[in-house]
Write a protein that binds this ligand. Structure first.
Ligand code: PLP
Length: 412
């Protein structure tokens, strides 16, 4: 057995690329005395650079990935009780904004191998009240967003792409985030590029862009002849300190993605053919950017399945998350108890009064979601992984599998 080594972590300097590039821009901000984006230049430059890198006319920087999704949902401007189709395997920040805008999340099932939503599952959940689809690219592996967009187009509704985990991932040579009407990103500590907390939205649609810019700034019409607070909105403005860090991070993003891809592909080569394991497999014409490296474990081959493999890996110094978020999002209390605004159960109660619709979230309707979560072991991934780190992870996985399959064979 290989002696344990400490892997770089995205929680600290060992696995994050911060240096003089960030400090130089931060010093400029401090020297200028202007820390906010309204008067400062960093966030404005960041927005230009993001738009240019993505080849879209509009980018807006906000305070988090949650705020980015909130801006996107607000721009769709659903009526209370309208529905937005999304996935139950995502960060709660990708879902909560739907409820805050008075709309109801409707979950589509996922492919149990990729844990991504599929066009068929989305199509099955669209009703006459559906106002948008959120397509999440989980772990950095693009979902079939073109197929999902084709379904949405048939119903005349937009697709919001949640790209928080999928910076620079592509489908058919196109960056994810530019296929749907809006792309939303997170700059949280663990994402491909980070400002600690932060978010971005991009779009090619001028009306959506204007709505998102207004929504992130109290809907005050800066620069308009007769500005006003046009509608209910929040302050999601990014500071120029974050803007400075994000500009430096953006310049490093292509390299970060390339290094993650190269090391992840090395792990895949080392683990190819391991019994009971399915490795990440991007769809044809898609590129995976490996925010995480998910393994799908076959419990018929590996005794104890994902939990046992995860336990064995952790015991050998490889941190991992068996079952990822543990349970589908709709099994969290916010949904099971409808804990939203006071005791109102809004917007569910509103919809019940309006047309008698009772929304039921039942795990039995989500076989792919349940099976995917049961079988996945998520390995953290990092742009600072060396050949030695990859070899260490590969041998830990292989040793654990060997141990657990031998037991399975003995007990069979
Ligand atoms: C990280 C993440 C979010 C939320 O981003 P925050 O910056 O933490 O608010 C939303 N969706 C997905 C898929 C994420 O991974």
């Amino acid at each position: 057995m290989t002696a344990p080594i400490t892997l770089p972590s995205d929680a600290d300097h060992s696995g994050r690329d911060f240096g003089d590039e960030e400090l130089t821009l931060l010093r400029e901000v401090i020297a200028s005395g202007t820390l906010n984006c309204t008067k400062g230049t960093q966030v404005k430059e960041l927005e230009k650079a993001v738009a240019a890198r993505y080849g879209v006319p509009y980018a807006r920087a906000v305070t988090s990935g949650t705020a980015a999704i909130h801006c996107a949902v607000a721009a769709i401007d659903p009526e209370p009780g309208d529905e937005i189709v999304t996935t139950a395997i995502t960060d709660m920040g990708g879902i909560a904004p739907i409820l805050y805008q008075g709309a109801i999340p409707i979950f589509a099932d996922v492919d149990p191998m990729t844990l991504n939503v599929t066009p068929e599952a989305v199509a099955a959940r669209i009703s006459k009240r559906t106002r948008a689809v959120i397509a999440t690219h989980l772990f950095g592996n693009p979902c079939d967003v073109a197929g999902i967009k084709a379904v949405a187009d048939r119903h005349g509704i937009p697709v919001i792409e949640d790209c928080a985990q999928a910076f620079l991932a592509t489908v058919n040579g196109r960056l994810v985030g530019t296929v749907g009407a809006i792309g939303a990103f997170s700059l949280q500590q663990g994402k491909h590029m980070t400002t600690g907390e932060g978010g971005l939205v991009i779009t090619s649609d001028p009306a959506l862009a204007r709505h998102m810019i207004l929504f992130s700034d109290k809907a005050w019409g800066y620069g308009d002849p007769q500005p006003d607070h046009y509608f209910l909105a929040l302050n999601y403005r990014m500071t120029d300190l974050q803007g400075a860090v994000a500009r430096a991070q953006l310049a490093k993003l292509d390299g970060v993605v390339e290094r993650r891809r190269r090391s992840a592909e090395q792990l895949s080569a080392r683990l190819a053919g391991t019994p009971g394991l399915s490795l990440p497999q991007p769809a044809p014409h898609a590129t995976h950017v490996y925010w995480k490296y998910p393994l799908i474990v076959d419990p018929a081959v590996i005794r104890g399945g994902a939990d046992a493999l995860g336990g064995a890996l952790k015991a050998n110094g490889v941190f991992c998350a068996p079952r990822y978020i543990q349970k589908p999002a709709f099994e969290c209390e916010v949904f099971t108890k409808r804990k939203t605004f006071g005791k109102s159960r809004f917007p569910y109660s509103y919809r019940e009064r309006e047309d008698g619709t009772k929304i039921v979230y039942d795990a039995a309707d989500y076989p792919g979601t349940v099976r995917g979560l049961e079988r996945v072991v998520v390995l953290p991934w990092n742009e600072f992984y060396t050949d030695e780190h990859v070899a260490f992870i590969a041998s830990a996985v292989q040793n654990a599998v060997a141990e657990l399959t031998r037991k399975a064979a003995r007990n069979a």
